[in-house]
Design a binder for this molecule. Structure first.
Ligand code: DX5
Ligand code: ZN
Length: 229
């Protein structure tokens, strides 16, 4: 089967109701989410704290699609097995989180997960050149990580460069931060295929009113698809 480069929408549950994750995950999947994006923050690599492995493990039975876990933590390596045991399908580490991303990506794959590498806005595309053969996903941050609801930073030229570096290799390009129907076409046209969206998916909806999630997901998807068709 050929590698799936079609647009995938990955809602970030950072914008969900924190008292109701199971129902929120079920609602976004029923409303068309392709993947579920889980933002792990340590209050050290980024100035915010979110989910440890037990929380991620509790999400697992609710996720029927792909659990895409974005680690904004340092160090990474001591926690890889714990996130594998928690059921992550994809585990993404930041290249800025330590000096040995090559080793980290090998360890993530050895633990049975797909390996992702994330780049902060200030980090150039070239930084991943020698990591690509160990990588299943490159996450291009379009905000400085730490919080949902921030303004999109244009990284279109970085995405284009990565897309050409990747060529035919089976590697996803994911965009994270400030994705909405206005910004999605820019990154889709540049070659991204996975769009993380927190506030743009959850705004105005709830588990009691999930159709809003569906309309929000569809709006981002349509905007992205229209830029590549
Ligand atoms: C930022 C997180 C993002 C964030 C996206 O540190 O990695 O996944 O939740 O949220 P929005 O779409 O609201 O920018
Ligand atoms: Zn994220």
């Amino acid at each position: 089967m050929s590698f799936d480069r079609s647009i995938k929408i990955a809602p970030s549950i950072l914008s969900a109701d924190f008292a109701n994750f199971g129902a929120e995950i079920q609602a976004i999947e029923a409303q068309g989410a392709d993947w579920v994006h889980v933002d792990v923050m340590d209050g050290h690599f980024v100035p915010n704290l979110t989910f440890g492995p037990p929380a991620v493990k509790a999400f697992r039975p609710h996720v029927k699609t792909v659990m895409d876990v974005h680690l904004m933590i340092t160090p990474v390596d001591p926690y890889i097995q714990a996130y594998a045991d928690a059921g992550a399908d994809i585990l993404t580490a930041h290249i800025e989180a330590g000096p040995h991303t090559h080793r980290t990506l090998q360890a993530i794959r050895a633990a049975g997960m797909k390996a992702g590498v994330a780049l902060n806005p200030g980090t150039p595309a070239d930084a991943v050149e020698h990591l690509l053969d160990l990588t299943d996903l490159v996450c291009v941050m379009t905000v400085n990580p730490g919080f949902g609801g921030q303004k999109f930073i244009d990284m279109t030229s970085k995405v284009r460069k990565l897309r050409s570096m990747i060529g035919d290799r089976p590697i996803h390009i994911e965009i994270d931060g400030g994705v909405d129907p206005k910004t999605a076409p820019l990154v889709a046209a540049a070659g991204a295929d996975v769009l993380v969206a927190g506030s743009a998916v959850f705004k105005g909806g709830s588990v009691e009113n999930p159709d809003v999630y569906g309309a929000n997901i569809q709006a981002v998807r349509n905007a992205a698809d229209s830029a590549i068709s």
